[in-house]
Design a protein around this ligand. Structure first.
Ligand SMILES: [Zn+2]
Length: 316
């Protein structure tokens, strides 16, 4: 494939108009190197997930000094209103129905504000050949790349030790999962992956470096960049068991200090306990139900009934 020196443009794309009459716009970077595939990369559709945005600045420097085939489209901040408010979701005052942008894809031009914003972005990349939607998790979530089976090559190319596979049919039928960008893209025939880099709210340099390396690997896999992806020597693929472990009653959760995300567990492995913090009564002994890997374990001690405490995934 012929690779050419990159031509770069940065333009503003208006997503929606606010009640005041001012616009919400995103900056779209377009890196072009002649004929070839189109890869779309975005970050910060959740406003506190910043390592993707930081990775895209470093990717920018790299792309400007190299040759590519095809086009790379980059939106560093997909949800500016959530970002400005330092909030995970869009302010409720703007969209109380659909405050989570990652539940409304592929959007609706006649819908709520969030649905309209997603639609305007969707129209930007609906002809892309691959989508990378950069997210981050808190320290209590294992860093991983989430994917459907049809996107396995992209997920494998991204430089991460853990990969979490989902079933497209199950996600598409699930009210909670069907509006995720990854699911909507897959239904439209675009392979898509969701890297969950570590740490929200702050820049974690090692996570940022892994993000840049991962995107470059995917661009190599897509033949946009020259060379083969560098892939980790050990990689674990796991599948979410679907039912996470939840608090049976409201109380105070103390996780088992010997357990960390990434640990392998068996049925009955102690994960912690929920107490009544006033009477000291133990309300729930929290144990793993299946053999697997801990991919999330909450570090928030105050928990309400029904809230998620841990996720154990089955190693594939
Ligand atoms: Zn997110």
């Amino acid at each position: 494939m012929n690779r050419n020196r990159v031509t770069h443009t940065a333009t503003e794309r208006r997503l929606v108009r606010l009640p005041s009459g001012s616009d919400v716009s995103v900056t779209v970077h377009r890196y072009e190197g002649g004929p070839g595939p189109t890869v779309y990369v975005q970050a910060a559709q959740h406003g506190i997930e910043l390592n993707g945005t930081a990775a895209l600045r470093r990717l920018h420097d790299h792309l400007l000094s190299t040759e590519i085939a095809g086009t790379v489209l980059v939106v560093p901040i997909a949800n500016p209103r959530a970002f400005d408010h330092r909030s995970y979701v869009t302010p409720q005052a703007l969209d109380a129905v659909n405050s989570n942008m990652n539940r409304v894809w592929p959007g609706n031009e006649e819908g709520t504000l969030q649905e309209r914003a997603a639609r305007r972005l969707w129209c930007l990349f609906e002809d892309a050949d691959a989508v990378i939607d950069l997210h981050t998790g808190a320290a209590d979530m294992l860093e991983h790349v989430r994917f459907h089976d049809d996107s396995k090559a992209l997920a494998a190319a991204f430089d991460t030790e853990h990969l979490l596979v989902d079933t497209l049919e199950e996600d598409a039928a699930d009210r909670y999962f069907s509006g995720k960008l990854r699911t909507a893209a897959a239904r439209a025939g675009i392979p898509a992956i969701t890297p969950e880099l570590s740490n929200s709210r702050q820049v974690d340099h090692s996570a940022v470096q892994r993000g840049v390396a991962g995107i470059r690997n995917v661009l190599r896999e897509m033949n946009v960049l020259d060379g083969e992806p560098d892939t980790p020597s050990t990689r674990t693929v796991f599948r979410s068991a679907g039912d996470c472990i939840r608090a049976e009653e409201s109380g105070f959760f103390e996780p088992n200090p010997d357990i960390e995300v990434g640990d392998r567990v068996s049925p009955e492995t102690a994960l912690g306990a929920v107490y009544n913090p006033s009477t000291f009564e133990e309300l729930q002994t929290v144990t793993a139900r299946e053999r697997g890997i801990v991919y999330s374990l909450t570090r928030e001690s105050v928990v309400a009934a029904g809230e998620k405490l841990a996720d154990i995934a089955e190693v594939v």
